[in-house]
Structure formats: structure tokens, C-alpha cells
Design a protein around this ligand. Structure first.
Ligand SMILES: [Zn+2]
Ligand SMILES: [Zn+2]
Ligand SMILES: [Zn+2]
Length: 432
């Protein structure tokens, strides 16, 4: 670890390689440690809403006078960010609308720039410090390889003026490491804010029954217990969305992280039946019928993802509604494939500024969500938040306040009582 963290140590986790474990008890909601980002980047879409340097969300940020695209709290933040921002400032002006590196290329550019300033011998050494430096370059499938080639090309095209770019093979390794070890920074409603590298957090192994949760405070990551932990317990986070049944979770883990989970839940599959609940019928469905519908659901999810940036919002909403109609003949409303499409539909309604539509989906989602996710889940708190804020916006204050309070109960554990998000939330509740 970068520095020794009190109460937490590295160890060799059986079957998993390096991991972290606690050496003293931690209670639910207690902070194990905070980890500053080694490198980070604000997502392009959030420019102007967050400070590029410290990720403070506020109005009235001041913009960079040169490119007019980066925004800061003040001169201090602007100065502190210049070593990174200069990689993009003049290039953004020069390329104009054609400036379009992927977020991955942007982050890698920053890692390379940082490497240069710190004169490190080896980037990977620093990215993961002493963590799993496996890069899995050889495990990557064709589709991913193509995407990485696009990222590499983007790095050359948009950053070569300011960076010494390593040779192709080293770059592929670096991109693969960042893909496996990068963290997505999200806000309280789980909107994507940026991507970052946290060396100490990258040491934490995965479980579908996590003992800790990662939240973000500015650009730092906070690790808090969501279970009471005793000395010797491994620190475990979830790398993936835990809504899905065991086979789907492990497909995802193999695709993105190249391993299969062997946690208690993956062995017992105790939640799978509830997650794949079918409609009650006097004549139960044939297994064949259910299997076919699961195949249809997975195909629909893939298709929806592929079409997300191509089709219009109303076309996408129609896709959701059609699939919900079709699946609804077999699946219960609380089936996770139904919930997945309802969640997408809710997002589209929010985008189309249709609060009533969004509420109608949110109300169907929230109950099964709170049963199917683990007790302190950001997926659940963010759903309560969205729903509560929608009620408040429509002047439904008592429903709004009670829903926001449910979000708050989870966030006090996950984010800590003093997090800015909770201060904001208390103000929102008090206003009415
Ligand atoms: Zn700032
Ligand atoms: Zn600039
Ligand atoms: Zn598992």
C-alpha cells in the first residue's frame, strides 16, 4: 500500500491473489480508509457542472480562458490542474468539434503525463503499486481488441504533441490494466462523472456479498463497511451490478475481469429464484418457455445497449415497452429482466422530461430493488433519490420526504453522515 492504513493490511487471499483484510473490528458505516486518486479525468458531458480539478459540483464555476471548455472553482484549482489540462487545452481549440478522444484515452494520457513528471521507471508499477499487475492482454477478444486499437489511435491523434507515447505493446498493456483497474466515479444518483485510478482500492477483491462499499468524495474514494467486520475478515467490494442472477454476474465478471466468482451467493444461488420470478399461474410454465424468455431478455438487453446512441428516445422507449409486454406474459413484474427494461424506460422518461412517466416506472422498480440488492446498495439509494426528487418536483411533498429519507438511511452508511451529498439532502428535505 502507498502508506500503511491503520486496521487494514495486504495478504494473499486464497485462490484470488493479493487482497486486503482488516486487523481490527469495523462496524457498519465505519470508514476503513480514503484513497486519493492516482490519476483521474472528468467526463466530457459534465464539464461546467463539476470542477475539473476537485470534482466539486456547484454553479458558477469559472472557465479556462484559453479553451473555454474546462471549469474550475477558482484560480487555485485551475493552477493545480494545469499539468493535466494542458494536455487537452490547446488540442481542443485546434481540433474544434473533431476533438473526440475516448475517456479511456484521456485517462491514459494523464497517467503517461504523470509518469513523466514523476520520472517513474514503469507506469504499471505505479498504477497498481503492488496490486495485481496482470493485464490480460492475451485474454482479450476481438471486439475489445478493436476498441483498444481505437483508444490507442486516439491517444496518438490527440495527445502526441504533449506526450512521449510508449510503443504499441506497452500501450496495449497499459490500456488493459486501466480497463481492469479503473474506477468509474459516480454521483449520488449514479450518474457518471469521471474515471480514476485508485491503487489501494484496486487491491480489493470482488464478492457478490461485499463487506465494503466505495463512494466518492471529490476525487477521492472512501471505503466503508456495509457489514460488521472482525479482525481477519477480507475487505470485499462488488465489481459489478449485483441485481443480476448468478450466471449473468459471472458472465460479466469473466468478460470484464477474467475470473469466476466463488462467493457464498454464487455457490448457493439463493437469490436466483426471486430474481427470475415468473408469473403465478394455475398451470406452471414449462422450463422451455422460461428459458426461451431468458434468452429473449438477454438478447433485448444487448440490442438496447447497441441502439442506445443510434435510436431516438421515443424509439428506445417503444423498445422498452414492447419487450416489457412480451416478457410480462411469463415474467413477474419483479423479475430482474423486467426491472432492467423498466430502469432503462425510466431513464428515457427523465431524459425526455416526463416526470410522471419516470415516477410510474420508478414506483414499480423500487420495492423489488430493495429486496434483491444487498442491504446497503447505491443502486437502491439512488433510485430512492431520483424518485423522491421527482415527487418533490411535482409538489408531492410527503411522498417526496419519506422517499428521500429512505435514500438518506442508506447513504449515511455508504457515504458517511458528513458527506456533502447528505448535507444537500438534509437541505432539500427541510425546504418544505
Ligand atoms: Zn475545484
Ligand atoms: Zn483550457
Ligand atoms: Zn459471487
Amino acid at each position: 500500500m502507498t502508506e500503511s492504513i491503520k486496521g487494514v493490511e495486504r495478504f494473499d487471499s486464497p485462490g484470488k491473489g493479493r487482497g486486503l483484510r482488516v486487523t481490527k473490528p469495523f462496524k457498519v458505516g465505519e470508514l476503513l480508509f480514503s484513497c486519493p486518486a492516482y490519476s483521474y479525468v472528468l467526463t466530457v458531458k459534465e464539464r461546467g457542472c463539476f470542477c475539473e480539478c476537485c470534482f466539486t459540483r456547484k454553479e458558477g464555476l469559472a472557465k479556462c480562458g484559453k479553451c473555454k471548455k474546462a471549469f474550475y472553482c477558482n484560480v487555485k484549482c485551475q493552477k493545480a490542474d494545469w499539468a493535466m489540462h494542458k494536455l487537452e487545452c490547446s488540442a481542443m481549440t485546434a481540433f474544434g468539434e473533431n476533438w473526440c478522444p475516448s475517456e479511456m484515452s484521456r485517462l491514459v494520457a494523464r497517467i503517461l503525463a504523470k509518469k513523466k513528471t514523476q520520472k517513474e521507471r514503469c507506469v504499471s508499477e505505479k498504477i497498481l503499486l503492488i496490486g495485481d499487475v496482470q493485464s490480460h492482454v492475451e485474454d482479450v477478444d476481438n471486439e475489445k481488441r478493436e476498441m483498444t486499437e481505437v483508444d490507442v489511435a486516439g491517444l496518438h491523434r490527440f495527445y502526441s504533441k504533449h506526450l512521449e507515447i510508449p510503443d504499441h505493446k506497452d500501450l496495449l498493456t497499459l490500456f488493459s490494466q486501466v480497463a481492469c483497474n479503473g474506477f468509474t466515479i459516480e454521483d449520488d444518483e449514479l450518474s457518471h462523472i469521471g474515471t480514476a485510478i485508485y491503487p489501494d482500492v484496486a487491491l480489493i477483491n470482488h464478492s457478490c456479498l461485499p463487506s465494503v462499499i466505495v463512494t466518492y468524495d471529490g476525487t477521492s474514494a472512501d471505503i466503508r463497511a456495509v457489514k460488521d467486520m472482525k479482525p481477519g475478515d477480507e475487505v470485499l467490494i462488488s465489481y459489478i451490478d449485483l441485481l443480476y442472477p448468478t450466471d449473468d454476474r459471472n458472465n460479466r465478471l469473466r468478460e470484464s475481469y477474467y475470473f469466476t466468482c466463488e462467493c457464498q451467493e454464487c455457490k448457493s444461488r439463493s437469490m436466483d429464484k426471486a430474481k427470475l420470478k415468473v408469473r403465478k399461474q394455475s398451470d406452471p410454465f414449462e422450463p422451455e418457455v422460461i428459458n426461451n424468455m431468458v434468452r429473449y431478455a438477454r438478447k433485448t438487453i444487448r440490442e438496447f445497449r447497441a441502439h442506445k446512441n443510434i435510436k431516438t428516445p421515443s424509439e428506445l422507449l417503444e423498445m422498452c415497452e414492447q419487450s416489457l409486454d412480451h416478457m410480462g406474459a411469463v415474467f413477474d413484474d419483479s423479475n430482474i429482466y423486467m426491472l432492467h427494461m423498466m430502469y432503462q424506460a425510466m431513464g428515457i422518461c427523465l431524459y425526455m422530461e416526463d416526470p410522471e412517466g419516470a415516477i410510474s416506472y420508478g414506483e414499480k422498480i423500487i420495492k423489488p430493488y430493495s429486496k434483491l440488492y444487498p442491504p446497503y446498495s447505491l443502486n437502491v439509494s439512488s433510485m430512492y433519490l431520483k424518485l423522491g426528487r421527482l415527487y418533490m418536483g411535482l409538489e408531492k411533498h410527503s411522498a417526496g420526504i419519506s422517499t428521500l429519507k429512505k435514500a438518506m438511511a442508506i447513504m449515511e452508511v455508504a457515504h458517511g453522515k458528513n458527506h456533502l451529498y447528505l448535507t444537500e439532502l438534509r437541505k432539500e428535505i427541510k425546504k418544505k
